[in-house]
Design a protein around this ligand. Sequence first.
Ligand code: ADP
Ligand code: MG
Length: 344
Amino acid sequence: MSTLLTIDDIARQTGLEESLLRFYESECAEELPKKILRGDTLFFDKTSVAAFTSIHSKYQSGKQHQKNQTERFGRVIAVTSGKGGVGKTNIALGLAIEFQRQGQMSVVLDADMGLANVHLLSGLTPRHDLMDLIKGEVEMSELIETGPEGIGVIAGGNGMLAMADSGQQDRHHIIQSLISLEKAAEIIMVDTGAGMGQGVRDFLLAADELVFVITPDITSLADAYGLLKALHQENMPPRPIYLIVNMVQTLKQAAVVATRFASCAQDFLGISITNAGYILKDTTVSLATARQTPFSVLNPAARVSKNIRTIAANLLKQDVADSTSSAFSRYLNLIQAEYQRSEA
Ligand SMILES: Nc1ncnc2c1ncn2[C@@H]1O[C@H](COP(=O)(O)OP(=O)(O)O)[C@@H](O)[C@H]1O
Ligand SMILES: [Mg+2]
């Protein structure tokens, strides 16, 4: 038993980050000794330390060949809520547009399985979605449509969920494409839909940063708290979590709601929430929705457009948590671990 090591042990002995080890684990499975399942934990054998170290040095030297191109991944920011209709899609899109305007190459990935409408709000018609990528019918480059201000827009369709159920080979293919996207884009906004299903929650556990959207409506606050608690119970690793209060009447109302959410999260779950800002309730947004144009494009001078600009600036000010590991490969590891558990 003493020769069995956990991933933590390996991390300590190799000095490599767990996320990096997980990445190598999925990339170079055939170069690693077989893992051993005891109870519900996977253990590594002692020789794994040397195997991981050698894979790491191989990757490092490989990188030197890629002329001064260091492995950097864009920020993957998931926008979520406890309940629907709170403004996630408008916010995910609006933030990507602001980031793009401020020189950050941005992409919106529509991962809302219930009501996928990023395209609609961008005035685009999706020709393909991630499902077509899984089926091998298109490449990632064909999936990305050019949206307002030059942002990239990708339709998820059922792809994000189907990935968990698809075969190892397909899963690998789609994640590789998403990882290459993560290397190319500076910011990827993921419109996740309301986070009640396990598929969405797995993705939230893997994202670099989370944005919770709530409204002054008390059920939206309660549902968002419920989601945060569910993530907490699934041992979510620490990461930046932001709050946006949408559809507020006044600044004071926004402050009251934000404080209530943040103090519940702090007091009951020990999670700190960063208030990213608020957006007023304004007919500009619904008018823009009806015209299939993002509100900040339809009316850049509107108060809501200033609100989203302020929020984008707040998010850009934050230190990027960790750009050396990939959110999508963490997601792959999570769904793979779940798959193995269900098989065991
Ligand atoms: N700040 C706002 N003021 C007025 N209406 C809004 C605002 N934000 C969103 N809406 C409206 O609320 C509805 C839901 O917005 P949407 O972004 O689709 O939410 P979600 O993605 O959370 O379901 C849309 O009709 C939209 O026009
Ligand atoms: Mg939506």
